[in-house]
Design a protein around this ligand. Structure first.
Ligand code: F6P
Length: 280
């Protein structure tokens, strides 16, 4: 929008395969949400002979892309990148696997205190609207209970499960809570609620925060990014537009951008069943 262009070539991306974040510094733009802002962007693109766009991001990015592609004649292809994994039409989004590994590593470390001192830990992970990080890291790190935005009855189920585990002789426990969990209580209030309703727990709260969005990308994410990048350029060369390049059953697929943002949520009930069975 500001006309601040810099031409990149293969060497421009040297030594970034192992880096977190984005060296492009692309981020949310309030101005792009207005038609004037998008018009300004289009004018800059044509002035600089840009003949296609590859937009990389999540729901907000793709929504902007859909508006842009309806208003202006410029091919657009999307690559799903968000730690939340909340995009339809792809099994994985970029950054999600790295975030999961970071979360599991952090919980493993917290577990040392939990088990050494017989404590109950509440650990908040990211996920404003989606519980994928919480559910998967919760299973991977052996959590006692997992609270996610897709489920309503989480708090009562958690109390029940803590009661049972206390009776079975469990001395320490880990509860993973997605930040968008729907009880209406923040994680500190949740901890207080448990303190009021169950006796004998030494409770601590840990909010993992933005460590989940940084760090060296996992090998899975690097390979996925490479596959989706190749897929995006190939789609444009084929004359395709308004599609997201995703991964479905190990295959690179092209999915309409509108499906990516409006499709069904990916909440995996089978994973919840596995979590319930394995957390006894
Ligand atoms: O949208 C991805 C996400 O990581 C959410 O899970 C989280 O709530 C949010 O971004 C954090 O955004 P910000 O860095 O702007 O606080």
């Amino acid at each position: 929008m500001e006309g601040d262009f810099e031409e990149l070539n293969a060497r421009s991306v040297r030594n970034i395969i192992n880096k977190g974040g984005t060296f492009l510094k692309s981020a949310r733009s309030m101005e792009f949400k207005t038609i004037e802002g998008r018009k300004k962007a289009y004018e800059q693109l044509t002035k600089n002979n840009i003949d296609a766009l590859v937009v990389i991001g999540g729901d907000g990015t793709f929504t902007g892309g859909v508006y842009f592609s309806q208003e202006f004649d410029l091919p657009i292809v999307g690559i799903p990148a968000t730690i939340d994994n909340d995009i339809s039409g792809t099994d994985f989004t970029l950054g999600y696997d790295t975030a999961l590994n970071t979360v599991v590593d952090a919980i493993d470390k917290i577990r040392d205190t939990a088990s050494s001192h017989n404590r109950l830990f509440f650990i908040e992970v990211m996920g404003r609207d989606a519980g994928d990080i919480a559910l998967n890291s919760g299973i991977g790190a052996g959590a006692e209970e997992i609270l996610i935005p897709e489920e309503e009855e989480g708090v009562e189920r958690m109390l029940e499960s803590l009661r049972k585990s206390k009776m079975s002789g469990k001395l320490s426990s880990i509860i993973v809570v997605a930040e968008g969990e729907k009880s209406g209580k923040n994680i500190f209030q949740l901890a207080e609620y448990v303190e009021e309703h169950l006796e004998g727990y030494d409770i601590r709260v840990s909010v993992l925060g933005h460590i989940q969005r940084g760090g060296r990308p996992s090998c899975f994410d690097r390979v996925l990014a490479s596959k989706l990048g190749v897929g995006a350029v190939e789609a444009l060369l084929d004359g395709d537009s308004k599609v997201m390049i995703g991964l479905s059953h190990q295959k690179v697929v092209r999915v309409p951008l509108t499906v990516a943002i409006n499709g069904e949520a990916k909440y995996d009930k089978e994973l919840r069943r596995v979590a319930d069975i394995t957390s006894v």
